[in-house]
Write a protein that binds this ligand. Structure first.
Ligand code: DAH
Length: 350
């Protein structure tokens, strides 16, 4: 076979081979087959040494053309391959712009936090300071200076978490903040403060009890403070929280740090005293303990009971939130399951 025929045959073979290209691997194999060390074109072009001098130029040209044919076929096949890969990828990653967007959830305040903030606003508008106290408290502040000496049976009612030799404890009520505020006030008046905060008792958790809960303590010290001042103040707060139709009533009660002591009831905002499930058919709901600050408490904290008087109160925040938002199980507030707390957003939107 002469060189011309060999070149033609190689061109035909190139064309045939490139029709079959389906992937990169085969494309590379073709490169080796034709241009590799022992490739068909490589071999053919090395024949130049055997070609007669006068034909060398024509032969060289023909080989160049052969190389061009290969290169063109190679480039076209490669482009085709790349395009089909891209098409495949695009088809896979296609974005359907008609699909609704995924909703991004935004965090929102915990329902208890929201209620506490609302109550803080109400008291601040009446000139109260919002203050904080330690959750690890001294027995002295949590009990003794609130007129509950060691060994007093009233301590049993608050099953306390004691720490370290019983001098420290997890506060069982926010009332010690009353004492701390008076001691810090150094006899200065008036004192108007509320303290929302966490409290702890060794209760078993159920629908209405939790070993950790929140109270909102309040204290006012001034001259000639009476139960009617307390009633007026609480009345304003509950009306703002539950609506203007809600009434307040006091029932006699007993706390060591107040005298007289009362239980604060509000008329049922749900049934207007008709009787429903929320008020357990009584028409009234208890929302706080309160009273006139006991002279012993004033004295122990440096306020002369013959000159100064005051009232104090303690709301249970969870109870208020349960009433306001119609929640029947207290555990909902402390459940770490996001699906539960995201339910609170519902109230947020309303
Ligand atoms: N500390 C009381 C409790 O946890 C609630 C309370 C009652 C607070 C009367 C007060 C008060 O300030 O005057 O049961």
């Amino acid at each position: 076979m002469n060189y011309d025929d060999m070149i033609k045959k190689t061109i035909d073979s190139i064309k045939q081979d490139f029709i079959k290209v389906e992937n990169e691997l085969y494309l590379n194999e073709l490169k080796v087959k034709y241009l590799g060390k022992k490739g068909l074109i490589t071999n053919l072009s090395s024949e130049i040494k055997n070609v007669a001098n006068e034909d060398k130029k024509t032969f060289g040209k023909a080989i160049n053309e052969l190389k061009n044919v290969f290169q063109n076929n190679y480039d076209t096949a490669k482009k085709k391959l790349e395009k089909s890969l891209l098409d495949e990828k695009l088809a896979k990653e296609a974005i359907d712009i008609s699909l609704p967007a995924t909703k991004i959830r935004q965090g929102s305040p915990h329902i208890l936090e929201k209620l506490i903030e609302e109550i803080e606003e109400i008291f601040m508008s009446m000139g109260y300071d919002v203050i904080d106290g330690p959750e690890i408290e001294e027995d002295k502040y949590n009990f003794e200076m609130l007129n509950i000496p060691k060994g007093h049976p009233a301590r049993d009612a608050q099953d306390t978490f004691y720490l370290k030799g019983e001098e420290l404890l997890l506060r069982s009520q926010t009332s010690p903040v009353q004492v701390r505020t008076m001691l810090k006030g150094e006899g200065k008046v008036p004192i108007r403060m509320i303290c929302p905060g966490k409290t702890y008792r060794r209760d078993d958790d159920d629908a209405t009890h939790s070993h950790q809960f929140t109270q909102i303590e309040g204290l006012l010290i001034d001259k000639n403070i009476s139960l009617s001042d307390l009633k007026g103040t609480i009345d304003i707060v509950v009306k703002q929280l539950f609506g203007n139709k809600v009434e307040t009533r006091f029932r006699p009660s007993y706390y060591q740090f107040t005298e007289p002591s009362v239980e604060v009831d509000i008329s049922c905002f749900n049934c207007q005293k008709e009787g429903c499930n929320i008020c357990k058919k009584t028409g009234w709901i208890t929302v706080a303990g309160a009273g006139i600050v006991h002279p012993n408490v004033l004295k122990m904290s440096g306020y002369d009971p013959n000159v100064w008087s005051g009232f104090a109160f303690g709301f249970g925040s969870e109870r208020l939130a349960m009433l306001k938002y119609g929640i029947s199980d207290l555990r909902v507030f402390y459940n770490p399951d996001l699906r539960e707390s995201q339910n609170f957003d519902r109230w947020e939107d309303e």
